[in-house]
Design a protein around this ligand. Structure first.
Ligand code: SF4
Ligand code: SF4
Length: 168
């Protein structure tokens, strides 16, 4: 549960997930911002106006998933690192996960990485497909990782294999 250990429960997650139908249509944002906080840069970042206007800055974001094309621009604009993009149609067996990443060193394209869930537990391996780190992103890189489809909804972070004892 989010308030207890910082990890959303399945019920809390259900409340912010795009529908299965929309997930299967192509790349789409998932905004795991579940607490009322005074914050709204996501709303201004989206060129498609997929974030509905905030009535009050403390409101939680609401998304019109039909307007979202998965462009990923909003990811680096979220100070809470709460925005991800998922693409279930990346390949037959892999989905694509885009995450905000502020650690150093950055992973490199084609690097194999350990995939972690929201609790920081290892759930599999992935392959870095793209590292986007422009000046505009202000030190929040966007890392695209190909992961097995079955772990795509649970995968939310990565750990580098290089330098660790796990070279698998
Ligand atoms: S991924 Fe792109 S289109 Fe979708 S909400 Fe974020 S900025 Fe808007
Ligand atoms: S920018 Fe991030 S933390 Fe702030 S309201 Fe939007 S999703 Fe939540």
């Amino acid at each position: 549960m989010l308030k207890k250990d910082g990890v959303p429960s399945p019920e809390e997650l259900e409340g912010v997930k795009p529908s299965q139908e929309r997930l299967e249509e192509g790349p789409v944002v998932i905004v795991e911002c579940m607490q009322e906080i005074p914050c709204d840069p996501c709303y201004y970042a989206c060129p498609k106006e997929a974030f509905r206007p905030f009535g009050d800055i403390n409101e939680k974001p609401e998304i019109d998933y039909e307007k979202c094309n998965g462009c990923s621009i909003c990811i680096a604009n979220c100070p809470g690192l709460a925005i991800f993009v998922l693409d279930y149609n990346y390949s037959e067996k892999e989905g694509l996960l885009k995450i905000p990443y502020e650690l150093k060193p950055l992973p490199e394209k084609e690097e194999k990485v350990i995939v972690l869930n929201r609790a920081g537990e290892e759930i599999g391996k992935g392959r870095v497909v793209q590292v986007l780190n422009t000046k505009k992103q202000d030190r929040t890189a966007i890392i695209s990782i190909a992961v097995p489809k079955e772990i795509l909804m649970d995968a939310r972070h990565i750990r580098l294999i290089r330098g660790s004892t796990d070279e698998g």
